[in-house]
Design a protein around this ligand. Sequence first.
Ligand code: FAD
Ligand code: SF4
Length: 205
Amino acid sequence: MRPFELTAPATLDAALATPGTFLAGGTTLVDLMKLNVLTPQHVLDINELPLRGIDTSDGLRIGALERMADIAAHPGVYPAISRALLLSASQQLRNMASIGGNLLQRTRCTYFRDVATPCNKREPGSGCPALTGANRMHALLGTSDHCVATHASDVAVALVALDAEITLRSEDGERVVALADFYRLPGNTPHTARRGSTTRRRTWR
Ligand SMILES: Cc1cc2nc3c(=O)[nH]c(=O)nc-3n(C[C@H](O)[C@H](O)[C@H](O)COP(=O)(O)OP(=O)(O)OC[C@H]3O[C@@H](n4cnc5c(N)ncnc54)[C@H](O)[C@@H]3O)c2cc1C
Ligand code: SF4
């Protein structure tokens, strides 16, 4: 693991204005840093930011930092969402992992997580060994000649089925997009997995 700077911005505006990689529960980010797949120089711990809350007063609105376990246990959360969460990872991980981090987690393709192998998603133009290699858990639909990986989030599938929207916030302001439109098919640029992938996400509803 390489040295990096860790800070905790006090406000949303400060977080958005500071270059770096957000840390929520850390259950994916820290793994990928240990594997040298991600090597951020500056990590921003966003856990003190006001991105919590499960509001059922008008539909359902969930803050990005709500933990998967808390959402699954909430009586106002739709069963499809609770069940998808409870089928994800383990109770220990769900206690730590946030819904925002879940939707923004990276693929679990073995080659993506192994820096000794090529991978177009990790290193654009290097190739896709999964096309002919270990691809049993990979995608059947929406693939390209450049990437056949799936997105790893279970709850994203339930949310797309429920027509969920996410609220994205950047220094330019806020916008709401359908979750189904947020993710990209790999095409010939599998390294850009999300639309506006430089825009930081805040909450979805
Ligand atoms: C052993 C294991 C098994 C797993 N099994 C499953 C499974 O079966 N199903 C499943 O769906 N998932 C599974 N996961 C993935 C797990 O759900 C994710 O690791 C977790 O949800 C990530 O949340 P986090 O808060 O820890 O994110 P972090 O690791 O903190 O962050 C993940 C990414 O999201 C970014 N990020 C986080 N929050 C925000 C925000 N608010 N705004 C912008 N960017 C943000 C971070 O910069 C980082 O790039 C598994 C993970 C492990 C380790
Ligand atoms: S399927 Fe995608 S993530 Fe996996 S090796 Fe190919 S390009 Fe990389």
